[in-house]
Write a protein that binds this ligand. Structure first.
Ligand code: FAD
Ligand code: NAD
Length: 155
């Protein structure tokens, strides 16, 4: 089977969009990821799947921690930035909580220590044990990704 067929089929599964962040050598580092899932309530575990070619892959291996920032509908530009799809770099302001850089306007910030990891093909599944969660009080719609395009609820 060719890669395009696989990606087209996987693109039929609508997801939210997250930016996985961590602190590395005193600086914030982020990567856009939609391969994110809630895993377990006891203990509280989530998982992100990170490609071996991504710089974030080795960084999370070294830092042993990450945060998952669930993007709101007006944060498409941040998603493109952290996917390396914008031509120019741009400054991003992070809040710092317990050594984690987090995106303050995200719908939710899920702070984790790496619980375990599992190499699966050309990606590694990083399971995170959740240590803190922050959420906005005001309601907000998520940024969605479907058929390789950004969408929003009702669109
Ligand atoms: P880099 O290429 O080093 O960084 C990515 C970008 O983020 C660069 O432009 C960099 O300048 C910017 N950046 C990083 N930190 C900062 C900072 N502190 N301030 C400002 N800018 C900063 N890949 C996966 O492995 N798993 C997934 O689940 C996944 N899902 C994706 C979902 C979507 C919707 C998209 C568009 C892409 C997805 N990708 C996924 C691909 C992944 O986002 C890109 O391959 C990414 O560029 C790999 O990041 P990297 O760690 O190599 O980072
Ligand atoms: P796309 O049309 O390639 O994505 C559709 C779906 O295919 C994604 O939601 C994901 O489920 C799957 N997918 C795509 N690339 C994959 C990969 N390398 N490994 C495993 N699953 C993958 O989306 P696009 O707009 O062309 O994506 C932009 C870039 O981001 C591409 O380079 C793409 O490979 C990458 N991306 C990677 C992942 C991932 O690694 N899990 C997910 C989404 C996008």
């Amino acid at each position: 089977m060719d890669d395009r067929t696989f990606r087209r089929a996987m693109g039929k599964f609508a997801t939210g969009v997250t930016v996985v962040t961590t602190e590395f050598q005193g600086e914030a580092k982020g990567m856009t990821a939609n391969a994110f899932m809630s895993v377990s309530l006891d203990p509280k575990l989530v998982v992100v799947s990170i490609g071996h070619k991504a710089r974030m892959h080795d960084i999370v291996k070294q830092t042993g921690k990450f945060a998952v920032n669930i993007l709101r509908r007006d944060q498409e530009e941040l998603s493109r930035l952290f996917a390396g799809q914008l031509k120019e770099e741009r400054p991003v302001s992070f809040d710092w909580v317990n050594g984690h850089p987090i995106l303050p306007e995200a719908l939710a910030n899920i702070l984790c220590n790496v619980h375990s990891s599992h190499v699966a093909g050309d990606h590694t599944l990083y399971f995170g044990e959740v240590t803190d969660i922050f959420m906005k009080d005001e309601p907000g719609d998520p940024l969605l990704f479907f058929e390789g395009k950004y969408r929003s609820i009702g669109q």
